[in-house]
Unconditional design. Sequence first.
Length: 81
Amino acid sequence: MKGYAIVPTYNDMVRALATSETAPLTDVYSAFGSNAASLIGFDGLHPNPSGYQIIADTFFSTIKSSLETTTTSSKATRRRR
C-alpha cells in the first residue's frame, strides 16, 4: 500500500481527535482538494510555491476564525471630580 492511500483515513482520525479535544483544525488536505497534484513540487512530496501559499492561507483562515475576537466600539466616559 502506498503512503498516500492512507491519508484520508489518517485525516479522519486527526479530525475526530481535534473535535474531541475542541482544538482548531487546519485541513490542508481539503484545501488542496482536487488540485493536489498541481500543488506538489518536482520531488513529488513537498508543495510548490502555490501549494505553500494555500497552506499559509488555510492556516491564516483557521487562526482568524479560531482566535480572533470582535470588539465593540464604545466610548469610554470619564467621571470628573
